[in-house]
Design a protein around this ligand. Structure first.
Ligand SMILES: Nc1ncnc2c1ncn2[C@@H]1O[C@H](COP(=O)(O)OP(=O)(O)OP(=O)(O)O)[C@@H](O)[C@H]1O
Ligand SMILES: CCCC(=O)O
Length: 356
C-alpha cells in the first residue's frame, strides 16, 4: 500500500495545532499555544497568516520533517458558504472567501489559506474537511424572529461529528441511529442537537448561545443595539468584542480556563462567579437543545479543551444529567479527523468535493 504523508493544520483561537501522519499513523503532534496579546496585534484573522505559517514551518524543521516529504496538506475549514459535510479540494474561490471571512472572522479561516499556499509551494494537493460551515439545520431552526436575519449553522463540526461517531461506536451503535446533544467546550462553545446523524440545530458559536472563554454568545439585544450606536466603538471594535474579547476574557482578562481555576483556588470570588455563570449558560443551552429532540436524547457528550476540567464538567453534569447520561470526551480529535478525511480521498475511497 502506498504511504501518504499528510500535514494537518488546525488554527484555533488560543493555539495552532499541527500533526503529520504517515497514512493513519501519527508521527508528530504539536500544540503551539499563542498568548492573547500576540494574536491581538493583528486586526484581522487573515493577517495572522505569516505569523502562524512561520510557527508551523519552524516546528516541522525543528522536528526534522522536510516539507518536501509531504504528499498532501489539509487545514481545518472555516466560515465558508453553508455546505454539506465532506472533504473539499482548496481552490482560489475558497481562499478568496476565507480571506474575506464570508460568514465571519474565525481562526479556522486560516486553515484553508495555509493549506492552499503550502500546496502551491510544494506542488501537492490541499484540502479541508467538515468545515465550521457544515449546515444540516432544519428550516424551523433557521427562523430568528426577524425576517431579515436567519439563524446560521457555525460550529466545531469537525470534532463534534468525529466524537459523535466514536461515542456511538463505543456503545456498539451507529451515529446514524442515535440522538445526541454534543457540546464542544473550546475558546468558543458549540451546543448541538443531532437526530440520527444530522446536526439539526446548533447555536452559532460565533454569536449565540452561552458565553465562552473569548466570545459573548447571546447578548441582551436592545442593550447591544444601544452600545453599537453609542459612538464609543467602531464596527470592527464591536465585532472584536463579540468574537475575540468577549466572554470570560471581558470579565477576567484571560481566555485560559486553567488560569481561571487557579484564581478560584486562591479565593478569587469574581473568577468563581464568572465560571459558574458560564456553566449555567451552557446547561441552559443543553436544556434548549433537548427540546429540539423532544426529550428523546440518548446521550449528552461534552468535548473540547475545557472538558479536561473535572470542575467544569462536574458542574455541567449536575445541572443536565436529568436529561440523559453524560459522556465526557476531553480534548478533540480534529487533527486525526482531518488526516483521515484527506486519506479517504487520496486512497480513492471517497470523491473529493469542489467548492464553488
Ligand atoms: N486542563 C484544562 N482545564 C481547563 N481548561 C482547559 C484545559 N486544557 C485546555 N483548557 C481550555 O480549553 C480552551 C481551548 O479549547 P480548545 O483547544 O478546544 O479550543 P481552541 O482550539 O483554542 O479554540 P476554538 O474554540 O476556536 O476551536 C482554553 O480556554 C483552554 O484554557
Ligand atoms: C464558529 C464555530 C467554531 C469555533 O468556534 O471554533
Amino acid at each position: 500500500m502506498k504511504n501518504y504523508r499528510i500535514l494537518a493544520v488546525n488554527p484555533g483561537s488560543t493555539s495552532t495545532k499541527i500533526a503529520v501522519f504517515d497514512n493513519s499513523e501519527c508521527i508528530l503532534k504539536e500544540t503551539i499555544e499563542h498568548n492573547a496579546a500576540e494574536l491581538n496585534k493583528f486586526s484581522r484573522v487573515a493577517d495572522q497568516y505569516e505569523y502562524r505559517l512561520k510557527v508551523i514551518t519552524d516546528s516541522l524543521v525543528k522536528k526534522g520533517i522536510p516539507m518536501e516529504t509531504l504528499d498532501a496538506v489539509i487545514g481545518r475549514g472555516g466560515l465558508l458558504k453553508p455546505m454539506e459535510s465532506g472533504t473539499y479540494r482548496v481552490n482560489e474561490k475558497m481562499v478568496e472567501d476565507l480571506k474575506e471571512g464570508l460568514q465571519g472572522e474565525h481562526p479556522s479561516n486560516l486553515g484553508g489559506i495555509i493549506a492552499f499556499n503550502l500546496g502551491q509551494d510544494y506542488q501537492i494537493p490541499s484540502y479541508i474537511v467538515d468545515p465550521v460551515a457544515v449546515d444540516e439545520m432544519e428550516d424551523i431552526a433557521r427562523i430568528s424572529g426577524l425576517k431579515e436575519l436567519s439563524r446560521r449553522s457555525l460550529s466545531h463540526a469537525l470534532n463534534i461529528k468525529a466524537v459523535g461517531r466514536k461515542v456511538a461506536k463505543d456503545a456498539g451503535r451507529s451515529y446514524f441511529d442515535c440522538n445526541f446533544i454534543i457540546v464542544h467546550l473550546g475558546g468558543g462553545i458549540s451546543v448541538t442537537a443531532h437526530r440520527k446523524g444530522r446536526m439539526i440545530d446548533v447555536n452559532n458559536a460565533n454569536s449565540e448561545g452561552p458565553f465562552s472563554p473569548e466570545r459573548t454568545g447571546t447578548l441582551p439585544v436592545s442593550e447591544l443595539v444601544q452600545l453599537c450606536y453609542s459612538g464609543k466603538y467602531t464596527y470592527d471594535e464591536m465585532k472584536r468584542k463579540i468574537t475575540r474579547e468577549g466572554g470570560v476574557y471581558s470579565y477576567l482578562g484571560t481566555k485560559d480556563m486553567r488560569e481561571v481555576e487557579k484564581r478560584i483556588e486562591k479565593g478569587d470570588r469574581e473568577a468563581e462567579l464568572i465560571l459558574e455563570a458560564m456553566v449555567y449558560q451552557i446547561a441552559k443551552e443543553i436544556g434548549a437543545m433537548a427540546t429540539t429532540l423532544k426529550g428523546d436524547v440518548d446521550k449528552i457528550i461534552l468535548t473540547g479543551g475545557i472538558a479536561h476540567s473535572r470542575t467544569v464538567t462536574a458542574k455541567i453534569i449536575e445541572r443536565v444529567e436529568f436529561i440523559a447520561p453524560v459522556v465526557v470526551v476531553p480534548g478533540e480529535e480534529e487533527l486525526e479527523s482531518l488526516a483521515l478525511g484527506a486519506l479517504r480521498v487520496l486512497m480513492g475511497e471517497e470523491e473529493e468535493k469542489t467548492y464553488s
